[in-house]
Write a protein that binds this ligand. Structure first.
Ligand code: C5P
Length: 280
């Protein structure tokens, strides 16, 4: 099962909860690229990992995938095992929800394998406990997200667009980025109806921001260079940071332009990670 990368097309920090978590208003979409989760019947629960970013990862309960599997077993009372295999294609701690998408894909794959039917509200509560982005990854559709990630409102069908994801292979841990945030809170800014064309969507998004951009640059100055490199590609409709970074994205009207942009960015920075894909 493809654990699709999540992208925050905009991200406004609109407040802070008493427990220190930040309240957000964000538009999240999914790129047709990501990690891969496979599950097979087994006596016990095990996790194996490979892939370009799989080396050295925890295969025990420190991994969100294992925590998701154990939490689902507890919720449903299932005693079954599973051999879970994760192919880690996305850079770690990179603002495109790799760990969250893996956890959500694990939940969906195991629900199918174990033939269990958890109650929807309980499943989403379990997802929220695993991580702020896990519920929206479970939902898997374009959505406005509020609260700390648990308040999900479907955003409707977006115009077909292509995205270029670029990461300088520097980690920007989410807690450090939120901690570096300064200044006032933003207001929520949602549409009544989805824009019809890529150009309209880009125009709408230009009126929004990612409020974590400056803090992410403080944590990892390379983010500024990534944004500049994406913005310099031909026909780039928008260049922006996703989540707490360090992955940034460019939006393009078609696949050819996105592929051309990827080649241009990697020509200037062969040491960066870059991947293009349709979004939905
Ligand atoms: O839930 P998740 O594990 O993704 O969050 C990691 C950390 O990021 C939290 O412990 C918190 O410091 C910060 N965070 C936040 N507000 C959010 C999401 C995360 O302050 N909405």
């Amino acid at each position: 099962m493809l654990a699709r990368a999540k992208v925050n097309l905009y991200l406004h920090v609109v407040g802070k909860r008493a427990d220190g978590y930040h309240l957000l208003d964000s538009l999240i979409v999914f790129a047709e690229t990501g990690d891969d989760i496979r599950v097979a019947p087994a006596e016990t629960l095990t996790l194996t990992i490979d892939g370009p970013f799989g080396r050295g990862l925890d295969t025990g309960t420190g991994n969100l995938v294992m925590r998701a599997a154990l939490a689902l077993r507890e919720l449903t009372g299932s005693k079954r095992g599973a051999a879970i295999h994760l192919t880690k294609n996305l850079p770690l701690a990179s603002g495109i929800g790799g760990g969250s998408a893996d956890a959500a894909a694990t939940l969906l794959a195991l629900i199918d394998l174990w033939q269990v039917t958890p109650e929807r509200a309980a499943l989403y509560q379990l997802a929220e406990r695993l991580g702020a982005d896990v519920p929206v990854c479970l939902d898997g559709r374009p959505a406005f997200v509020g609260g700390v990630g648990e308040d999900i409102v479907p955003a409707g069908t977006l115009p077909r667009m292509h995205i270029l994801l670029v990461n300088p292979l520097v980690e920007t841990p989410t807690p450090a980025v939120f901690k570096a945030r300064r200044g006032d809170f933003s207001n929520p800014a949602r549409w009544a109806r989805p824009p019809a064309t890529p150009q309209d969507l880009a125009a709408y998004l230009l009126g929004r921001r990612n409020d974590l951009t400056d803090p992410a640059i403080t944590v990892a100055p390379a983010v500024a260079a990534v944004l500049d490199a994406i913005a310099a590609t031909p026909d780039c409709l928008l260049a922006r940071l996703s989540g707490s970074g360090a992955t940034c994205f460019g939006l393009y009207a078609d696949a050819a332009r996105a592929a051309q942009a990827r080649a241009a960015v990697l020509a200037g920075h062969p040491d960066w990670w870059a991947q293009e894909a349709p979004i939905s």
